[in-house]
Design a protein around this ligand. Sequence first.
Ligand SMILES: [Zn+2]
Length: 172
Amino acid sequence: MQPHRYVFNKSKNGIYVVHEPNCPSIRHQVDGDLREILPKYRYEIVDSTDDGTTLYSETREWERSYYDANYLTEEDILESKARFRPCLICQPPFLEHIYQKPNRIHVSGLKPFHLGKVFYKYGKLVEYTYQYRTDGWTVILKFENRDPIFFDSEHDASLYYPRKTHHNKYKK
Ligand SMILES: [Zn+2]
């Protein structure tokens, strides 16, 4: 039995989108190209030995044409180094696999909506207090289960917290 194949499309932002082959949003590809396109293998020279023998290494490439559908198995997709997300229309059974840069906030710019967010390195922010002076400011940060942390205008510091991501249920 042939393993089930999904369509794997690179989008403009470099993140691949995984579709079911019958997804209505990719009809132009599937109707335009009913051939099954497997990953292409290519060889590149990596080294040569003392007696002049050239050594090759196999590399894998995928078709990138807009009108070609790239059919990959689940294994191919999970083993790829690519960032990908499931299509929101056909919802194939994949979890989003995207690393996104975290949100960055300077300690001088905290707002009430930052309360409760979990920051890298420090944990959940429960309280912040600014103290302003003529020569600068101090901010006292209280994170859950930690001693208060002080930052002031002399010490430029940023805090980071993860971006919200959409997670599809893993339907398998
Ligand atoms: Zn789709």
